[in-house]
Design a protein around this ligand. Structure first.
Ligand code: 2AM
Length: 177
């Protein structure tokens, strides 16, 4: 019998006020770009996509993420852009976010050391606002959307006919300064 697997990734989730603002922006950008907005509860920023893994490897992910140490930080997102090929409209940042890059790098190193696949492309942090967009939007927000990143999560993505459903497998707190 084939071993069951889970499609997993590490992510950051905006706090409730930021999520509400981003959900409004998602609706606006979906209209502008001809796409479908991301639902409020699905709004997240991927730190590392790992992909299909058997249960034993998911246990290994829990252990390796538990040793990542990073401080809490403010994340500021102010840029709207799009991936033409995949029809994704996203929210990202026009400026470097060093703490986010450091957290991503720590996690990536930990994944590599345990033989997990990592994306070799440079990290392009983005939060998907809309899918199936037909036009690429490219603009800056006058005020960045900010939230304090206090934790990161390991998620399972379950693909249903209605779209992806996300389930939290584990969550780790970042260290307060
Ligand atoms: P996306 O929003 O740009 O599609 C779960 O699928 C999360 O992992 C999404 O945030 C998705 O980004 C991200 N992701 C990154 N690489 C992926 C890949 N190769 N396949 C599917 N999702 C990926």
């Amino acid at each position: 019998m084939a071993e069951s697997t889970q499609r997993v990734f590490f992510a950051l989730w905006p706090d409730a006020p930021a999520r509400a603002i981003i959900a409004g922006l998602a609706r606006e950008v979906a209209l502008e770009s001809g796409g479908r907005p991301t639902a409020l509860n699905h709004i997240h920023l991927t730190l590392a996509f790992v992909g299909e893994q058997p249960a034993i490897r998911v246990d290994s992910l829990r252990r390796l993420a538990g040793v990542v140490r990073a401080r809490t930080f403010m994340l500021a997102l102010d840029e709207i852009g799009g991936f033409r090929r995949t029809g994704i409209a996203w929210l990202g940042s026009s400026t470097a976010q060093p703490e986010l890059a450091a957290l991503h790098d720590d996690l990536t190193r930990a994944l590599q050391s345990r033989g997990f696949p990592v994306d070799e492309r440079p990290y392009a942090p983005h939060l998907t606002l809309a899918r199936r967009s037909t036009t690429v939007i490219d603009r800056r927000l006058s005020q960045p959307i900010r939230w304090r990143v206090n934790s990161f999560t390991l998620m399972a993505s379950e693909l249903a006919s209605s779209g992806p459903a996300y389930r939290t497998i584990a969550e780790w707190s970042l260290v307060t300064a």
